[in-house]
Unconditional design. Structure first.
Length: 120
């Protein structure tokens, strides 16, 4: 049993050493990791240069660099001489018509009610 365990531990040690060696090859200068990073950097530089060139040369450059349009300043609404009857609700107009003794139908338009009140 001990022979098996010692054999497995020896095998484990060898596998661990080989794995460390293989990983070390990736991280050494000029290894696959450095090459991959260089290729990615080159691709990014080419893409940035191409994008800049397209933005400068294409006629629809505004799609890529929009300009801000300032919003106009808020101006208060112009309040003129308004008719006090037109600002009243239909219920208030009906109360005013009842107070003045004007007869009207149950269902009446606001404009007709205002006309009745003005004529009286």
């Amino acid at each position: 049993m001990l022979k098996r365990l010692s054999g497995l531990s020896r095998l484990h040690g060898e596998l661990e050493a080989r794995g460390a060696e293989a990983i070390e090859q990736f991280y050494k200068p000029g290894g696959p990791l450095d090459q991959a990073q260089a290729i990615v950097g080159l691709a990014r530089a080419v893409a940035d240069g191409l994008a800049d060139e397209l933005v400068q040369r294409l006629p629809f450059r505004m799609l890529y660099t929009p300009k801000a349009i300032p919003a106009p300043a808020w101006q208060p609404p112009i309040v003129g001489a308004t008719d006090p009857l037109s600002t009243m609700t239909v219920v208030a107009l009906k109360d005013e018509a009842r107070r003045r003794g004007i007869k009207f139908t149950r269902r009446i338009k606001k404009s007709d009610l205002i006309d009745l009140l003005r004529d009286s």
